[in-house]
Design a protein around this ligand. Structure first.
Ligand SMILES: [Cu+2]
Length: 327
């Protein structure tokens, strides 16, 4: 008798599971069943990852991210230069909006507001000097298209266009600030990418590769170097409303092509377009919390390896906080 009950229960349970799986499979397209199935369309990647999800048709999402990065000390000797970088703090307030006009395609807009502070030393007397720049950076228009998906996996194609809305005329009253203190690229850029994500049994994971290619020389006779990114992450649900994550993020930046004639590379390595390249691998831990349509998330980490074609400032640590609201 007991056995019969166990068997009956197992059959019912399996029937429920397969029904939920079927619901999930159909949910990918129309998303009539978000509540029933676990294949929800909530963001599943750590907050520092962009373009990791597509919403259901007609949905909006607005987001705000705050990013802080600290750089301190140089990777090689700077004593031969007149102006020597000591440390730098980079802050970014990133405002975003996403809309899904048709199934499987989410379009978005992202505008950063940047605040850069750098401490320098000048001359033989090590005179301290500060540089500051602040303002809007380059506006990005993005599209994320779901190429393929099942109840567990999805494959997304990403493409963004970067517009030269940020200033590259930042100065301190005496001279133009070096490349890394400027707010925009001055060029149009294309950012293609590919993203894979998985979600099952309270685990989430994903991989993303992308590149940033600046298409034209800006008004100051230079083009920022290409950027390449490759990252992988894993998430674990703590409960239905909270998850923790680990992310490995690799980034490569190439040197600047051309040179701003107002910047003198003999004065400081920051003004040398051929000392800008570098490769970095960051490890970040994150936590997020979801309440209804909102998601609050925090991620922080540090490089575990970096190789700079410097003298350049070394990245020490970074944090990213964000709030996303879907409706
Ligand atoms: Cu979204």
């Amino acid at each position: 008798m007991n056995r019969l009950f166990v068997c009956l229960f197992a059959v019912l349970f399996l029937a429920r599971v397969s029904a939920a799986e079927e619901a999930c499979a159909s949910c990918i397209d129309g998303c009539a069943c978000e509540e029933i199935c676990s294949c929800n369309h909530e963001p599943r990647a750590p907050i520092g990852v962009m373009g990791d999800h597509v919403h259901h048709k007609g949905a909006w999402m607005v987001s705000y991210r705050y990013m802080f990065m600290n750089m301190d000390g140089t990777d090689s000797d700077v004593s031969g230069y007149m102006m020597r970088p000591k440390s730098m703090d980079m802050q970014m307030h990133m405002f975003g909006a996403m809309y899904t006009p048709i199934n499987n395609l989410t379009i978005g807009l992202m505008l950063p507001y940047k605040v850069n502070n750098m401490d320098m030393e000048m001359g033989a007397m090590n005179m301290p000097m500060e540089m500051e720049s602040e303002g809007f950076g380059d506006l990005k228009l993005s599209g994320t298209y779901r190429v393929w998906s099942s109840s567990v996996h999805q494959l997304l194609a990403n493409l963004a266009l970067s517009l030269p809305t940020g200033s590259m005329d930042e100065e301190n009253g005496v001279a133009r600030l070096p490349y890394s203190m400027q707010l925009g690229s001055g060029s149009y850029g294309l950012i293609p990418g590919i993203t894979y994500t998985g979600l099952a049994n309270g685990w989430g994971w994903g991989v993303q590769a992308n590149g940033t290619f600046y298409l034209n020389e800006n008004d100051h006779d230079y083009t920022l170097g290409n950027r390449y990114g490759l990252q992988a992450w894993g998430l674990r649900d703590l409960c239905s409303s909270s998850a923790v994550s680990l992310r490995l993020s690799g980034n490569r930046v190439e040197n600047i092509d051309g040179a701003d004639p107002q910047l003198n590379p003999m004065m400081t390595p920051l003004a040398d377009p051929n000392l800008r390249a570098g490769t970095r691998l960051d490890l970040l831990a994150g936590i997020d919390y979801r309440i209804g349509p909102a998601r609050l998330a925090l991620e922080g980490g540090a490089p575990i390896a970096q190789e700079l074609d410097g003298p350049q400032l070394e990245t020490k640590w970074m944090v990213i906080g964000g709030l996303q609201v879907s409706f």
